[in-house]
Design a protein around this ligand. Structure first.
Ligand SMILES: NC(=O)c1ccc[n+]([C@@H]2O[C@H](COP(=O)([O-])OP(=O)(O)OC[C@H]3O[C@@H](n4cnc5c(N)ncnc54)[C@H](OP(=O)(O)O)[C@@H]3O)[C@@H](O)[C@H]2O)c1
Length: 321
């Protein structure tokens, strides 16, 4: 089969097509013939050598989410049959013609589009766990997402709106702010022109999803309501910030975070079940739609990474296989 490999840690040019044997499904696994593979920011970190794949997953093939058709079922699988259309969360190796995955990490295609379905698992699983399970976002609460126009951001805005929260977002251009507001944010803040802390201080926020870190850490804490929750999924501007423990105690704030990729198979399976129960109906009824804005053939994975690295994209980028 054809795959995209990381030939050595580096820029987008290190991604090259190579030939590899089609993997065989082990117990509880299925083999998927991939039609489309979603691109996520962590793939870029893996390409640069900063985000190793978990044990048992090829280190040199990126790709955390795919959609396609089940080709073969391993021993002990119960739910799927060859010919079923699914999307799946992978530990890696999704930029390929085939992938094996635990059957519990597959979900039925929620519509007709493999391209849209490939853009769902990594972002939805991440948003569901961090915003709704850890962040406990509830109806009528105020939610802030930083980087609102990206893959995670466009998903978080729509889901938070679907569940009745008031959404605020930050983004790096007026065009990206418009997209955030079109997706359901009541106010998007262009962080290159305005200070989100100044704008949101009076209103206050209940739950913040942050992948930025750095100076945002202290600012986030200052705008949280009593009982507020701050959830980190990355810290691209740095992981260290300053806050007063007494302030956290007095306002009963919760600071937490997580990384999805290294979590065990049982956790991902239970997350898949929750996502199917709570989010799949929203996709099927058209209340939530993945924001796929660019597609590239598998051979052009370098170009797709360049687009994400430029930060000029909005929503999700998908490879067509
Ligand atoms: N912990 C987990 O389990 C997990 C899982 C998946 C993703 N993530 C993290 O979530 C973040 C978003 O991922 P994604 O796939 O949605 O990426 P993405 O589509 O590239 O979205 C990132 C957004 O953040 C904004 N941003 C603000 N400051 C930035 C900076 N210094 N560098 C890069 N982007 C910046 C970008 O545009 P503007 O700046 O122009 O607004 C962009 O819209 C990434 O940091 C990723 O590592 C974590």
């Amino acid at each position: 089969m054809r795959v995209v490999t990381i030939t050595s840690p580096g820029g987008p040019e290190v991604l090259r097509i190579a030939e590899r044997p089609v993997p065989a499904p082990r117990e509880n696994e299925v083999l998927i013939r991939i039609k489309a593979a979603g691109i996520n920011r962590p793939d870029l970190f893996q390409r640069k050598g900063n985000y190793p794949a978990p044990k048992g997953v090829p280190q040199d093939i990126p790709g955390l989410e795919v959609a396609g058709i089940i080709e073969e079922c391993g021993l002990g699988t119960e739910r799927w049959r060859p010919g079923d259309s699914v999307c799946a969360l992978l530990g890696g190796a999704g930029y390929a013609e085939y992938a094996v995955v635990h059957e519990g990490h597959c979900l039925p295609l929620p519509g007709n589009s493999f391209t849209e379905a490939a853009a769902l698992p990594e972002t939805i699983f991440t948003v569901w766990h961090n915003v709704f399970q850890s962040g406990r976002l509830k109806q009528d609460e105020n939610f802030l997402i930083h980087g609102g126009a990206g893959g995670i951001g466009s998903t978080a805005i729509q889901l938070a709106r679907c569940f009745g929260a008031q959404v605020f977002a930050t983004a790096g251009s007026d065009e990206k702010c418009r997209l955030c507001e079109d997706l359901g944010a009541s106010r998007a803040i262009n962080y290159k022109k305005e200070d989100f802390e100044e704008i949101l201080r009076e209103e206050g926020i209940d739950v913040i999803l942050d992948a930025i870190g750095g100076d945002y850490i202290t600012k986030n804490i200052r705008i949280l309501h009593p009982g507020g929750r701050l959830v980190f999924i990355n810290a691209v501007k740095g992981g260290r910030g300053e806050f007063d423990v007494f302030d956290i105690m007095n306002r009963r704030l919760v600071i937490t975070g997580s990384t999805l990729r290294p979590r065990d198979a049982a956790f991902k399976k239970s997350l898949a079940e929750e996502v199917e129960k709570h989010v799949w109906p929203l996709i099927r009824s058209g209340q939530f739609r993945p924001e796929v804005t660019a597609t590239f053939p598998l051979e052009a994975a370098s170009e797709a990474h360049r687009l994400m690295e430029d930060n000029s994209h909005v929503g999700k980028i998908v490879l067509l296989v």
